[in-house]
Design a protein around this ligand. Structure first.
Ligand SMILES: [Zn+2]
Length: 262
């Protein structure tokens, strides 16, 4: 291990903290508030929060995620430092990865794509897309490619959203007929439509098509894993249609693959 490796490891750890912080406060308060214990709501002292200490009031320990995210982030930053992605460049590849981390953690834990993260993502997506696609034909062409990708990403997912609404209505009718209580499970959340627009800005046109396809494949793979888990637990029959599919993380994984490895 070389001394310089400490730089990406440290930066990655910081990025992991940032992801943890935003995932802790944004879904609950919708602003950059003081982080508080999830169990007793006592605000953390910053020094306790950053050193991942248990809550001093109720003793509840920090979640496993508080540890996993910085470790994963430090490892990914080191990887990107050692094997920089052509095109994106090191600073943007680190920032975009951190952004993806925020989206994935919040969506997995709360099934939410939050509006502030969409706005921040739109700005970051426009910068990323324009940077990527202005190398050949200048900044206006890059901006155009990025915006076109964003519009396409939004429009394609909007169609799927409408389709999902129709499926949900059909499902609600069947559940009523079967005498079951309705739930408000959306096949594809409205947030995914905005997220797809953000990812489209980053990927540009026509790569947004590849990104969404890769996302659908990732989503399909996750779905198969979920079905396998239910089969093992022998609850497949009751639960197959009611399983939550995290489409946001799948879309992000697809975009990540196209942006970093395609
Ligand atoms: Zn507490």
């Amino acid at each position: 291990m070389q001394f310089t490796w400490l730089v990406p490891i440290f930066l990655g750890w910081l990025a992991g903290w940032l992801v943890n912080y935003l995932a802790d406060v944004l879904p609950l308060t919708r602003r950059l508030s003081q982080p508080a214990c999830l169990h007793c709501q006592t605000p953390f002292a910053w020094s306790d929060y950053l050193t991942l200490r248990a809550c001093r009031t109720c003793g509840t320990r920090r979640s496993l995620r508080a540890w996993i995210v910085p470790i994963l982030a430090a490892a990914s930053f080191l990887y990107l430092w050692l094997f920089p992605r052509p095109g994106l460049g090191l600073p943007l590849s680190l920032i975009v990865l951190t952004y993806f981390g925020v989206i994935i953690v919040i969506d997995l834990e709360h099934r939410l794509i939050l509006f502030p993260t969409v706005i921040a993502g739109a700005v970051l997506g426009l910068i990323t897309g324009t940077y990527l696609f202005s190398k050949q034909d200048g900044i206006l062409a890059g901006l155009f490619t990025s915006v076109l990708g964003g519009v396409a990403g939004f429009a394609i997912m909007f169609l799927f959203y409408k389709l999902g609404e129709a499926v949900a209505r059909y499902r609600a009718r069947r559940m009523r007929a079967a005498g079951q209580a309705e739930d408000d499970e959306e096949a594809l959340g409205g947030g995914d439509v905005y997220l797809s627009g953000v990812l489209g800005l980053m990927l540009g046109w026509p790569n947004v098509i590849l990104g969404i396809t890769a996302g659908a494949l990732a989503g399909g793979a996750m779905g198969l894993l979920a079905i396998a888990a239910y089969l093992i637990q022998r609850r497949y029959a009751e639960n197959s249609l009611m399983t939550f599919m995290p489409y946001g993380p799948a879309l992000v994984l697809g975009a990540f693959y196209i942006l970093y490895f395609f």
